[in-house]
Design a binder for this molecule. Structure first.
Ligand SMILES: *[C@@H]1O[C@H](CO)[C@@H](O)[C@H](O)[C@H]1NC(C)=O
Ligand SMILES: *[C@@H]1O[C@H](CO)[C@@H](O)[C@H](O)[C@H]1NC(C)=O
Ligand SMILES: *[C@@H]1O[C@H](CO)[C@@H](O)[C@H](O)[C@H]1NC(C)=O
Ligand SMILES: *[C@@H]1O[C@H](CO)[C@@H](O)[C@H](O)[C@H]1NC(C)=O
Ligand SMILES: *[C@@H]1O[C@H](CO)[C@@H](O)[C@H](O)[C@H]1NC(C)=O
Ligand SMILES: *[C@@H]1O[C@H](CO)[C@@H](O)[C@H](O)[C@H]1NC(C)=O
Ligand SMILES: *[C@@H]1O[C@H](CO)[C@@H](O)[C@H](O)[C@H]1NC(C)=O
Ligand SMILES: *[C@@H]1O[C@H](CO)[C@@H](O)[C@H](O)[C@H]1NC(C)=O
Length: 773
């Protein structure tokens, strides 16, 4: 889902405006087309006359010639994410800039899209033991969220009992439409809005969106409250999920950087997003979460990978959504190795309706989030059994006189048809429906605008059998039921994007997964979320799904870990979460991939499901320095200019180019071959205050030989390090015959001798993406 800007619209729009002013007078004057660009500069070329690079850029822009009298418009100067600026320029003005000394690279504007509460308990967070108290509930941590804005009046952003804002904080609350400084408090300590580039692109903000940090959509309110919302009693979604809503790091501070605005869809411009990241670094956030993506551009063009390098370099932990383009392989976005890339999974909570066939013959539980407390009893059941189209309730197939006032059974056709079926049922006056679907979990809460319950294929067979054997079949349906302790959970959500990463398959992605299906969190109450017939319903809390929801969970946990371990780098925090992640679900089975209904693999879930309490005490960590990331960029053969764009270092020599980052996971890529031999070198650091000895345990699947040297590692006290090499020989043999083969995997675990720590890493072999894709 890469996005292209409609440049022609921009040009025409400018031309029309301009024609009325001047073109009429001097018809020979040609108006040049203008676009916005991100320009990378080498600061060392700045003439001495300038005191800072901002004045160098603005002075340069105002000196550019113009054939049509339109001056270049400066948008942003960037300090941390890159050295350079963004501006709206004509082609000739751009040529002038590109021929100036110090110019490194130019990238045209791009657009990105969103990856759109019982969670703390599900994750095992407890008030008195483990990571919550150890991490002071996120005390003194500042989380920056780049999103659609925030609804500051939400109960989730009340600051009761919070100490004053940390003195080191340099952020502020910007004044704008329906937003001013009094909307901030000790919980929401910063809020800014970045829309210059989006407006310059010719898109005007939708009338209903706010030209300020206020959230029109609700998405940013949801992600913020998930990461660090305060404790709120009595949150619910139309009677479902009733209980306490609380963020993962309830004492952490929030700063919103609004970069996503609504026009016909919700979009973020690359130069606005870069400005948001730049400002978050400047303001002093400790962690950042981004739940949006800019397609599959290489790291030096993608504003998220480019911008967050500068953040990680300053010790800021960055979590990003993996995208919602699963379940196919190679659908990961935000897979840069300095980012923690988060997939989405289910919770142990179901929203249900109970169907009773006849007078209690049998009951079936299905998924429903229909937003009304509805109980229908003894309603005739309709099933268009003779007719294929009536059976699957396809468009224009049902007859009002046959189905009006009845509950209609609609067969599974394919999961994308549920919306069409719902429309057809509503059109013909059905009282409700039982919809058979292949994956009940993947239906989102807002889709339940009609009283229906989604049941599995096997339960569908039961209903059909009842219908066939009963002269006057009837059903009862009870809606608005919340089931706790649902099993098996977690499962990998079908939509969650899968690895490997297209741009850099040599690092296993996603890194980890976290809750992202039907997550209850705060919402903008002005934006209706649900619908019942013609009525639009609003709610302060809603159930939303997406990797957008899993990234803020992870950043909340990272805030707790950083609070408990102030000296840990972003890579150390990620390592702690990855090496202690869960591979088993709440039935003690291997975590299931919802898309296949079978066991998932590390290409679906990375190192596993995040386990906060275990991450607090990982024993050992795999750390990574900024130079290692640069050596990685060298090894993937980026040019000097491309590396400079990301790192702002123009004099870096790539003598130590190395694909083998000190990562807590391993992946071997098979490129047009059945066999490959790989050597990985790693360094482990002891993060415990005592001596320790660890022994390697290997679990290797058929087709993979794995050995480690040495197989015993000894550590003196805290911070002592030990090296090892891991050899992975892949020979797929008979596996190659399986058409569906994507990858193969095993594990390396370091077990502490007479101790409790286990440090586990997945080892994957996977096919390279074919060029044609
Ligand atoms: C800020 O907005 C609130 C309403 O949202 C209003 O009551 C208050 O007077 C405003 N404050 C300032 C300084 O404009
Ligand atoms: C989106 O921007 C276009 C171009 O400026 C404008 O015509 C349109 O009305 C905007 N859409 C909405 C929903 O405001
Ligand atoms: C319903 O089923 C028929 C026959 O299998 C098929 O041709 C038709 O495309 C289906 N309709 C929908 C909406 O899937
Ligand atoms: C499922 O149905 C949708 C909508 O009718 C259609 O666009 C899509 O191609 C179908 N997918 C499959 C796999 O049949
Ligand atoms: C249901 O049908 C009514 C009119 O028949 C229409 O106004 C309404 O928008 C429909 N609702 C949905 C969810 O399609
Ligand atoms: C349901 O999904 C599974 C897994 O994707 C697939 O194997 C099965 O064929 C599907 N069933 C139908 C009826 O399409
Ligand atoms: C980078 O270039 C070198 C030299 O041409 C080549 O050996 C290596 O395979 C390339 N690396 C990647 C990741 O393409
Ligand atoms: C696979 O090999 C081709 C051709 O040598 C090369 O262009 C491509 O970069 C390789 N892919 C990976 C993932 O190594």
């Amino acid at each position: 889902m890469s996005c292209t800007m409609d440049h022609h619209v921009t040009a025409l729009h400018l031309c029309f405006t301009f024609m009325f002013l001047t073109c009429v007078v001097t018809s020979t004057l040609a108006i040049e087309e203008r676009k916005s660009y991100i320009i990378h500069m080498d600061k060392s070329f700045m003439p001495d006359a300038f005191s800072n690079h901002h004045s160098w850029y603005t002075s340069t822009l105002s000196s550019l010639s113009s054939t049509d009298g339109v001056v270049a418009t400066h948008l942003y100067t960037y300090n941390h994410v890159l050295h350079g600026f963004s501006a709206v320029l004509s082609k000739s003005q751009l040529n002038e800039i590109e021929s100036m000394p110090g110019h490194i690279a130019t990238y045209p504007e791009a657009f990105g899209q969103l990856h759109t509460t019982r969670t703390p308990q599900f994750l095992g967070l407890k008030k008195k033991v483990g990571l919550w108290p150890a991490g002071g509930f996120g005390d003194d941590m500042i989380i920056g969220i780049l999103d659609t804005g925030i609804w500051p009046e939400s109960e989730s952003f009340k600051d009761h009992g919070m100490p004053p804002v940390p003195e080191r904080w340099r952020g502020t609350c910007e004044i704008g439409t329906m937003f001013n400084t009094s909307n901030c408090n000790r919980k929401l300590i910063g809020a800014r809005s970045f829309s210059k580039a989006l407006k310059q692109s010719g898109r005007t903000l939708a009338n209903s969106d706010y030209d300020s940090p206020r959230d029109y959509f609700g998405h940013g309110t949801h992600t913020s409250s998930t990461a660090a919302g305060s404790h709120v009693l009595g949150a619910e979604y139309f009677g479902y999920a009733k209980g306490i809503a609380i963020g993962i790091a309830p004492r952490a501070r929030l700063a919103m950087y609004k970069v996503i605005f609504s026009n016909t869809t919700f979009e973020a411009a690359a130069s606005d997003t870069l400005a948001g990241i730049d400002q978050a670094i400047e303001d002093g956030v400790d962690l950042m979460s981004l739940s949006l993506g800019f397609g599959f551009d290489p790291f030096f063009k993608n504003p998220i990978s480019l911008g967050t390098f500068g953040a990680v370099e300053k010790g800021i932990f960055v979590a990003c959504s993996a995208a919602n383009s699963g379940p196919d392989a190679y659908t990961i976005m935000n897979g840069a190795p300095w980012i923690t890339t988060v997939g989405a999974g289910t919770l142990d909570r179901d929203y249900a309706a109970i169907v009773t066939l006849g007078k209690g013959i049998s009951t079936i539980k299905g998924k429903s989030v229909y937003p009304e407390n509805l109980y229908v009893s003894g309603v005739p059941l309709y099933y268009g059994h003779g007719d294929k189209n009536k059976k699957n309730c396809s468009q224009q197939s049902l007859d009002h006189t046959e189905v009006s006032g009845k509950i209609v059974l609609c067969e599974f056709t394919n999961d994308s048809n549920v919306d069409d079926q719902r429309t057809e049922l509503n059109r013909t006056g059905a009282a409700g429906a039982i919809i058979v679907t292949n994956s009940t979990q993947s239906l989102e809460s807002y889709q339940f605008s009609f009283p229906f319950v989604a049941i599995s294929l096997s339960d569908g067979e039961k209903v059909k059998e009842y219908f066939a054997n009963t002269p006057q079949p009837t059903v009862d349906i009870k809606f608005q039921i919340t089931v706790l302790g649902a099993k098996p959970a977690p499962q990998v959500a079908d939509f969650s994007s899968r690895g490997p990463d297209r741009r850099s398959p040599w690092i296993l992605k996603p890194d980890i997964f976290a809750p992202g299906v039907d997550v209850l969190a705060a919402w903008s109450p002005n934006n209706p979320f649900a619908q019942v017939e013609e009525d639009y319903l609003s709610s302060d809390y809603v159930l939303a799904s997406g990797t957008s929801m899993s990234s803020p969970h992870l950043v909340g946990i990272a805030a707790l870990l950083k609070s408990a371990h102030r000296d840990w780098s972003p890579a150390a925090i990620r390592s702690a979460m990855m090496t202690t992640a869960d591979l088993l679900d709440n039935t003690n089975g291997v975590i299931i991939d919802m898309a296949s209904g079978k066991s998932g693999t590390p290409l679906d879930y990375g190192a596993g499901h995040v386990n906060p309490n275990k991450a607090l005490d990982p024993g050992l960590i795999y750390d990574i320095e900024v130079e290692d990331y640069i050596n990685y960029l060298c090894a993937i053969n980026y040019t000097r200019q491309e590396i400079a764009a990301i790192t702002r270092r123009t004099n870096y020599n790539c003598e130590s180019a190395n694909l083998d980052l000190n990562y807590p996971s391993f992946i071997a890529i098979l490129n047009n071959t059945y066999t490959t031999k790989n050597t990985f070198k790693r360094v482990l650091t002891n993060v415990v205050d005592s001596k320790a000895v660890y022994r390697a345990k290997i679990w290797a699947p058929a087709g993979m030989k794995i050995y480690v040297e040495p197989s015993t590692l000894s550590f003196e006290g805290k911070d002592s390090k030990a090296k090892f090499s891991l050899y992975v020989d892949v020979d797929l043999g008979s596996y190659i015959m399986q058409k569906s083969y994507i990858g193969n995997y095993g594990y390396l675990s370091w077990h502490e001798v007479s101790g409790k720590h286990i440090v586990r890493s997945p080892i994957v072999s996977a096919y390279a993406l074919k060029k044609s894709n």
